[in-house]
Design a binder for this molecule. Structure first.
Ligand SMILES: CCCCC/C=C\CCC/C=C/CC(=O)SCCNC(=O)CCNC(=O)[C@H](O)C(C)(C)COP(=O)(O)OP(=O)(O)OC[C@H]1O[C@@H](n2cnc3c(N)ncnc32)[C@H](O)[C@@H]1OP(=O)(O)O
Length: 283
């Protein structure tokens, strides 16, 4: 296995480890690109058109993190190679008329990815270069810092607009990021925020006017985190995050059952079907 530090600069990493439930190397590596930089890696989601988080995409992200941590990578910038979109969130087609086995794998893989990224020892910066609704916002909130490209994109947890409910660990991540009152309001309303609004409520940390500036700012931000002694930085992060992480770690099975039962209800299936139709009608 090649290490992150041993490959040529900017070369795409082959990053996979064998697992019976995991997809093949070829299919996963086409979804996430890993680029080595000096002392850190850029993780680019590249599932066109909108980086929807399908089972395979979630597993590809998970495998990337496993590989990077195994190779002692100290920090990442998580971003998107899809123009105008960071991530459209969970792939709605995974939840609409699913098979039981796939739905179980899908949610369980998402739990794993959240536990990995939210609890990562690496310093993590999200470079949000486009829309980041729901699961896209969750991915960004799992990072230590969020830099957002200013413009027309929106970010937030809009689940209620689809007739679904953000689970407790989405809520915990939101509360840890923007506080109780803002979360209570935004979760109920399914609010999607402009970059300026997101900055104001602390959902993102910095805005940048263009991609060239964005890359430089994200790199500088990551370096600031990496200058702090790693163990002290990680343990401080855990002071804020460990309760939520412990909670999901101890209730994974119940959370999975709750999700599966909720997703399969007629009301949710009807709502998701209508939402998918409305997305398709746009085009
Ligand atoms: C009571 C206890 C409860 C316990 C737990 C239970 C509950 C479940 C909680 C589940 C949590 C879910 C979190 C989520 O992430 S849900 C997903 C939310 N995402 C969205 O609402 C975003 C929807 N998409 C958009 O708004 C737009 O696509 C966009 C991201 C703003 C981009 O717009 P644009 O560039 O104009 O692109 P298009 O709209 O034309 O889309 C292109 C293409 O992609 C398809 N698509 C878009 N988003 C998704 C998606 N999330 N999943 C799957 N597919 C998506 C879209 O349909 C187009 O497809 P076609 O080209 O085939 O038409």
């Amino acid at each position: 296995m090649m290490s992150v530090t041993s490959i040529a600069r900017n070369k795409v990493l082959p990053f996979l480890r064998k697992s019976t439930k995991m997809q093949s190397t070829a299919s996963l590596s086409s979804l996430v690109k890993l680029e080595e930089k000096q002392g850190y890696a850029v993780v680019s989601m590249q599932k066109t058109p909108v980086n929807s988080l399908s089972l395979e995409m979630i597993q590809a992200l998970s495998q990337s993190l496993i590989e990077l941590e195994k190779n002692k990578c100290k920090g990442i910038i998580l971003t998107s190679a899809c123009p105008g979109i960071f991530s459209a969130g969970l792939d709605i087609r995974e939840m609409y008329q699913p098979t039981d086995d796939r739905l179980n794998q899908f949610w369980s893989s998402l739990q794993t990815l959240w536990l990995q990224l939210y609890g990562s020892k690496m310093a993590t910066v999200a470079l949000i270069n486009g829309h980041a609704p729901a699961g896209g916002c969750l991915l960004a909130m799992c990072c230590d810092s969020r830099i957002m490209l200013n413009g027309k994109s929106k970010i937030g947890l809009n689940e209620t607009k689809l007739g679904i409910v953000a689970p407790s660990w989405f809520k915990d991540t939101f509360v840890n990021t923007i506080g109780v009152r803002q979360s209570e309001r935004a979760l109920q309303l399914g609010s999607l925020f402009s970059p300026e609004e997101a900055l104001k409520i602390g959902l993102v940390d910095k805005l940048v006017p263009d991609m060239e500036t964005a890359t430089a700012v994200a790199e500088a931000e990551l370096k600031e985190f990496l200058q702090i002694p790693g163990m002290a930085r990680y343990l401080s992060k855990m002071k804020i995050r460990e309760a939520a992480i412990k909670d999901l770690s101890e209730t994974r099975e119940a959370d999975l059952n709750q999700f599966v039962n909720f997703a399969k209800t007629d009301a949710v299936q009807k709502g998701l079907g209508l939402y998918l139709q409305s997305l398709a009608k746009k085009n």
